[in-house]
Design a protein around this ligand. Sequence first.
Ligand code: NAD
Length: 290
Amino acid sequence: MKIGFIGLGNMGAPMAANLAKAGHSVTGFDMADVVVEGVTISASAAEAAMGQDIVITMLPNGAILRAVAADVIPVMDKGATLVDCSTVDVDSARAVAEGAEATGVHFVDAPVSGGVGGAMAGTLTFMAGGSEAAFSKAAPLFDIMGQKAVHCGEAGAGQAAKICNNMILGVTMIATCEAFALADKLGLDRQKMFDVVSTSSGYSWTMNAYCPAPGVGPQSPADNAYKPGFAAELMLKDLRLSQQAADSADADTPLGQAATALYEQFVEQEDGRGMDFSAMLPRFEKRGRG
Ligand code: NAD
């Protein structure tokens, strides 16, 4: 397949390299000067998109996605497919879908989970929104870049799934960390706390697979001085998107709102930027009730 790939950063570069390694012809573009193995770099987004069967974007946010889409959709062939793998707001995904469909270009929003490690290993999970026809065109590429792709519904459904998942993740990480900090103050050994909770009704992915307490449970960023992993500022980005979506859909999300405020404080006023999102635990350890 002929593929255009726009946004060759931490995630996009290894994803594009994996497509090239699988034998596809990949032409890429990034604002920054980049070199990606097997990928031909062009001078603009429009040049990278022209004449391609599929154009993939992996960009920082919805405003940049809208700007890039306005450049590339007009030069794409009718029947070609635009696949956005960035994490963006649901409204931007839907607006770009409308713009694409109006000119006969298919659109799939397909945000990912799995992080940079998953992008390099080709083990990402894709959560996709768009028509059946559009999804089936992109599916062979999801198989190369990832290990699982779920077709969640119409355009925007992929972004909706991603932010709902990450809102749960942010809230449960905070709950797990505050419970560990409370257990400390009650004199409960952390290993005993893990042994009970990980096999009781308080278990969760954050406790069982990504335990925020160093030396307890499986290896996690807590065992590596809280180096990310999944950085607190990326969690904050996703929580803010969840609240933007909740505002526009008039959904009541009090815990999502509280988690957003806590990560905002942690990243912007405390020492959370650049730390893994599980570093909420040392934050709680230092605090009292007042
Ligand atoms: P990044 O900042 O490393 O990469 C983004 C790239 O886009 C940069 O190289 C930047 O130069 C480029 N760019 C910006 N504006 C552009 C434009 N107008 N035209 C062309 N290129 C442009 O970010 P990343 O970590 O690769 O993340 C990309 C997306 O994936 C984000 O939406 C992020 O939320 C999402 N995501 C990241 C992770 C992660 O662990 N890093 C995990 C899941 C999802």
